[in-house]
Structures are given as C-alpha cells and as structure tokens.
Write a protein that binds this ligand. Structure first.
Ligand SMILES: *[C@@H]1O[C@H](CO)[C@@H](O)[C@H](O)[C@H]1NC(C)=O
Ligand SMILES: *[C@@H]1O[C@H](CO)[C@@H](O)[C@H](O)[C@H]1NC(C)=O
Ligand SMILES: *[C@@H]1O[C@H](CO)[C@@H](O)[C@H](O)[C@H]1NC(C)=O
Ligand SMILES: *[C@@H]1O[C@H](CO)[C@@H](O)[C@H](O)[C@H]1NC(C)=O
Ligand SMILES: *[C@@H]1O[C@H](CO)[C@@H](O)[C@H](O)[C@H]1NC(C)=O
Ligand SMILES: CC(=O)N[C@H]1CO[C@H](CO)[C@@H](O)[C@@H]1O
Length: 424
C-alpha cells in the first residue's frame, strides 16, 4: 500500500504547485472619501482555485486551496496591508477544459489619495510551452486625486477574458480582448512588463498587438516558436488616458499619460485540429452585435440570446459574465436553421452591481473549435443623472461618461456647481 499512497501525495503536490490561469482586477470610487470598490476575476485549473465547480456556479466559495490568497497594497501604503482574500463567487467551471473562474468585489478605505498599487502574487502559473512559467502577479494602480475636468474621482478601465482560448495550430490567429471605461476616457492596451507580469512577460511568441483595439495577431507555426497543443500565457495592461490635458491634485496629466491601469492575463492553447483555419463556429442573428451597449435601468432585467452556427454542430457556449447572471442549456434554433443553437442569458442586477460590466460568449463545436468571442457591455442600474435637470438657471447638464456623475455648464450670469449663484 505504501508506494501507492506516496505516489498519490506527490501527484497532488504537483497539481497544486502549478495552477494559476490568469485574472483581472478593476476598481471605482464609492461615495465615501478615499474608499474604493474593487472587482476581480481569477481563473485556476479545475479543483485548484477557491472551490468552484459546475454545480456551484453563483455560489460564494471559500473552501478551495486558493480561497485564502491576499490582495495586498504593495506600493503607496505605509506597510503592505492586506485588503481582502481571494474567495469568490463561482462564475464558470469546466472539468473537460480543466478550469474554474470566479468573481468578487470588495471595498477598502485608503488613508489618503495615493496612488497605490494593489496586487495578488504567488506561485505558480500552470506549466507553459514558452518562457519559464513560475510566479504570477496581477496588479492595478489606483489614484484617488480629483480630476479637474469632471471635478470627480477617476474609475479604472474594465477588461475581462475567458481563462483560456483554444486556437488552431498552424493558423494566423487574431483575438480581440474587450475593454471599456466608465469615464469615457481613451483606453489603450499594451504588453505588461516587469513586475506587472512576473514570470509571463512576453509569453506569446512573435505576436503583435494593436494597442487601440487590444487585438492580438499571431501565426502559430513552429518557425514562430509555437508547438502543437502548446500552452501560452498572455499578460496585458489596459490604461485610461485623458482626452486632453487634465490636472489631478496639482499634477498635470497629459493625453500621453495613463491615469490608472488594470491587468488582464489568460491562456492560449494551440491544438492541431482538422479542417481549415476559417472553419470554426460563428455567432449569427439575433445575437447582439459586437460591442453593443446594453442598458438596464434600476430593478430591470437583461434577457438576450446568443445564437451560434457550425456545420459540425455546436456543443457548448461559455460565458465570461458578471456574477449572478444565468444561462440556459443549449437549445435548437427557434428559426429552424439546422446548424444553429442558442442559449438564453438572463440577469437581474442588484443595486450593488451598478455600473459597467462585460459579457462575452464563446461557442464551441464537435471539432473542439472555438468561435471568435462576442463581447457586449452591460450597464446595470442606470440612472441618468441629467434626467432630473439638476442644473439651475438654464445651465446645461453634461453626464460624465456613463457614470452617475454630471457637471453643469452655466449660462451667462450664473456660477456655482448647480449654477445657482448669480454673478451680479
Ligand atoms: C461541487 O462541489 C460540491 C462541494 O464540494 C460537491 O458537493 C459537488 O458534488 C461538486 N459538484 C461537481 C459537479 O463536482
Ligand atoms: C474571505 O473573506 C470573507 C469576508 O471577510 C470571509 O467570509 C471568508 O470566509 C474569507 N475566506 C477565507 C478562505 O478565509
Ligand atoms: C495575419 O493576419 C493579419 C490580420 O488579418 C494580417 O495583417 C497579416 O498579414 C497576416 N499574416 C500572415 C503571415 O498571413
Ligand atoms: C485642467 O488642468 C489642465 C492642466 O493644468 C488645464 O489645461 C485645463 O484647462 C484644466 N481644465 C479645467 C476644466 O479646469
Ligand atoms: C432660460 O431660457 C429661457 C428661454 O431661452 C429664457 O426665457 C429665460 O429667461 C432663461 N432663464 C434664465 C434664468 O436665464
Ligand atoms: C518569424 C519570427 O519573427 N521569428 C522570431 C520569433 O521569436 C524569436 C524569439 O523572440 C525570434 O528569434 C525569431 O526571429
């Protein structure tokens, strides 16, 4: 018996030693001074995260080995304070693809306005085919100084990803990651560097990145350092830039200077597959178009469908979605198209979900091929602050991006935040 027991113990240690599959974290200020609400997503190999599996989707899980990791303030705080642990609400899991993913939010009140760097780092990434996978780090920069353009605090950009994209070996692949920003700033995407990406900087060989659209292009061949069924980690940093020069706490921020940054890290797998590079599932009508903005007013619900087609038959549609969203099983097309299946996605956001969320679907067929993701932005609990005409004396109300904040542009003769003061 003894040798069997020993072997078992060794194999468990090995699995737990390399299990990270990427993540992201973003933030927005709350109404309390210097308080920030963070929202993170983390992915792990199946059974090695915070405790997620297929039957626990929607549940807060705290029992897995990675439920008690720490989000730490690594720069800007007097000491390395722990802000929260890494327990999360399970948002997806796949035993066959060997991943689980979850999302959670936590609040933290800082002692001052920063900037601060908040990160989660440890060891180790799952075993990769390029570079030397070891420790990970996922970090965001928070700056709580007031912007002079909006007279408010900034919110970080938002991005998100599946833990893994399966893309055919030998093909010229492109992959676009979604990104959005509640303040309406310019958003750009770049390769992470140095401590931002720890052991997985430059993890995708011979790839190019379009920084304006966050589109990766790479030709997965041996000449370009790719292997059949290889695993590659991608670490990107998304930043928001002001549209014109602004000032924050007396410091000028030019349109070439980022205000804040968020990470996005995920895996690419390149198996060899039958059929041409073009043959893969596609999203068809009546799926909402790419980048569509879906606005959900206070206490209302989202109800949409993702329709996908493949002549080999669709086997699954997976979502990268906010916690609490629900999807149906696969259903045969209600419009009678033979190769098409759909899922119904419903979500009733809570008031605490107010703000922008990304929702991306990916379809898979019996060949194991994956579609290009279809990504939508969902604005939950939208209350247009200008709807109640808060500006007095014919002042014009201008909403700040898609936030609940607004500014009044006063008519001649009036001043003040709400244009309530006469100049004379
Ligand atoms: C998920 O985990 C729970 C709690 O450990 C367990 O009861 C359940 O059977 C698991 N479900 C699957 C599909 O593994
Ligand atoms: C993480 O923190 C939450 C809230 O403070 C707590 O309920 C949960 O049990 C913690 N998870 C672990 C694994 O300690
Ligand atoms: C790969 O695709 C990109 C984008 O479609 C294109 O610009 C590039 O020329 C292609 N590269 C090769 C080697 O075919
Ligand atoms: C904000 O500050 C910048 C840089 O100092 C300045 O150019 C700009 O005019 C200011 N904007 C407002 C609205 O005060
Ligand atoms: C607001 O605009 C209306 C129409 O242009 C004008 O009649 C009115 O006097 C204005 N009120 C103020 C307080 O300026
Ligand atoms: C074709 C091509 O660009 N090959 C490059 C892939 O990346 C390796 C390592 O960075 C280079 O040495 C190759 O020249």
């Amino acid at each position: 018996m003894l040798p069997v027991v020993l072997f078992f113990a060794i194999s468990i240690t090995f699995i737990e030693a390399s299990h990270f599959r990427g993540g992201t974290i973003n933030w927005k200020p709350t109404n309390i001074a210097n308080e920030v609400e963070f929202r993170f997503k983390l992915g792990w190999t199946y059974g090695n995260g915070a405790g997620c599996n297929e039957s626990l989707i929607g549940e807060y899980v705290t029992t897995g080995g990675e439920a008690s990791g720490s989000w730490i303030c690594t720069k800007g705080c007097q000491t390395q304070i722990i802000l929260s642990n890494t327990s999360y609400i399970c948002t997806g899991a796949s035993r066959s693809e060997n991943w689980e993913q979850g999302e959670y939010t936590f609040k933290y009140k800082f002692p001052d306005k920063g900037p601060f760097t908040i990160g989660f780092s440890s060891s180790a990434w799952m075993t990769l085919s390029y570079g030397s996978a070891g420790s990970w780090n996922v970090e965001t920069v928070v700056d709580l100084r007031t912007r002079n353009d909006s007279k408010r605090l900034n919110s970080s950009p938002i991005s998100g990803s599946r833990p893994m994209y399966r893309l055919q070996y030998g093909c010229n692949n492109t992959l676009t990651l979604p990104m959005t920003d509640a303040d309406g700033d310019i958003i750009k995407c770049r390769w992470s560097r140095g401590s931002e990406c720890a052991s997985v900087c430059n993890g995708l060989p011979n790839a190019s990145l379009d920084t304006d659209t966050c589109t990766l292009t790479f030709y997965s061949t041996t000449a370009n350092q790719y292997q059949t069924n290889g695993w590659y980690a991608v670490a990107l940093t998304i930043e928001d830039y002001p549209r014109s020069a602004i000032s924050m706490g007396g410091t000028t921020i030019l349109p070439t200077t980022p205000i804040s940054s968020v990470p996005i890290q995920f895996l690419i797998n390149t198996p060899s597959m039958s059929g041409s590079c073009q043959e893969r599932p596609i999203f068809v009508n009546n799926t909402p178009p790419e980048n569509q903005l879906l606005v959900i007013k206070a206490s209302q619900s989202l109800n949409i469908r993702f329709y996908a087609a493949s002549k080999f038959g669709i086997t699954d549609m997976t979502l990268m979605s906010p916690a609490g969203l629900q999807k149906s099983a696969l259903i045969n097309d209600d419009l009678g198209r033979p190769d098409v299946s759909y899922i119904v996605v419903t979500w009733t956001p809570k008031q605490t979900d107010r703000g922008a969320h990304l929702l991306c679907g990916t379809a898979e067929d019996t060949q194991g091929k994956m579609s290009v993701p279809r990504c939508l932005t969902v604005l939950a609990w939208v209350i247009d602050p200008c709807h109640s005409t808060p500006c007095q004396n014919n002042g014009t109300c201008k909403r700040v991006g898609v936030t609940a904040d607004y500014n009044c542009i006063c008519g001649p003769g009036y001043t003040g935040v709400l244009c309530g003061n006469s100049r004379y």
